[in-house]
Ligand binder design. Sequence first.
Ligand code: ATP
Ligand code: MG
Length: 363
Amino acid sequence: MTPDLACVDLVKRFDETTAVDNVSFSVPPGSFFSILGPSGCGKTTIMRMIAGFLDPTSGDIRIKGRSVLDTPPNKRPVNMVFQHLALFPMMTIAENIGYGLRRQKMPKDQIARKVDAALERIGLPGIGARKVDELSGGQKQRVAIARCMVLEPDVLLLDEPLGALDLKLREHMKVELKALQAAFDTTFVYITHDQSEALVMSDQIAVMNAGRFEQVGTGQDLYYRPETPFVAGFIGEANRWKGRIERAEGDVLQLRAETGLAIRATTAGGLAAGDRAEIFVRPESIRLAGSAGALSDVDNHLQGRVTSILFNGAASRVLVEDEAGETLEVTLPQSGEFASLQRGDTVHIGWGAAQASCFGGQG
Ligand SMILES: Nc1ncnc2c1ncn2[C@@H]1O[C@H](COP(=O)(O)OP(=O)(O)OP(=O)(O)O)[C@@H](O)[C@H]1O
Ligand SMILES: [Mg+2]
């Protein structure tokens, strides 16, 4: 099937800055694709090139298989929703949503029908006569999306559309946006620096760093099978150590961390004794036990002292200081077994080599 959107070897240079550095990806019809990365990594620059507000230095952009490089922004079958949404404050909600259709010279009664249908879709029927400042932030956001959707773009570009909303509303809008995308059955390209937004909504996520895509995959791929240290560190939480490989037997390695700790880990391959490497272990991969015996079967085992308990419901953590004086973050089990754990208690912690991702060439 022809992808709705394909970017091929896309490059954008501003003087000496390479904002987008040879990025290629394609988005199948009707899917939700997110670009996730830290501030300044080049996300908005990609969007502006797709929308036609910026010319690529090199590379191609294809929508439904056809290059749009020679197509001006207003003729491209894409629409963009911005972080600071620009609804027109002097117009009613209905006038805002119908704005693009009026510019297309669509007959009035047809516009009215489309606007009503769009309001229905976004779950705000009957508010067409209201003014923009009579709506909540989340409602305005939905109107901004409806205003784009009535134009029936092949691809809708959303640049951090939830950025201006408070946390609670953002949580709610994540679920709503995903439902809206399914209802309109349109391809969404969504950019954000918030991993939880990307993980919850997306079919595919590209993790971007310094102008490049580090990895493209499902949320599960990125979380459980990171391919680069940047992805392992950017998605989710992780305890990390740098050091040198002491022994390599098949896909199991032993790393001697700079702190002196020996850690057993697995690798996809390519690492040998003497190589520098970095290891990542997630807090939820670490088992907590009251005695050493309970961890006799695990590859990595440490004794430590509880320095803090960070209560956060199901996401509660225990900070454990090991004998080298290093602090590890461990998920507090929900079983209740450790409900009376206190600061100063001695605990045993352990994790399997398979739960430790190892990447070469660090430090
Ligand atoms: N018009 C421009 N002229 C020169 N440099 C630019 C221009 N636009 C963007 N840049 C630079 O390109 C890089 C990428 O910017 P971009 O706006 O794409 O980042 P971003 O990932 O969207 O960041 P944020 O999450 O903060 O919005 C930055 O270093 C930025 O300073
Ligand atoms: Mg941006």
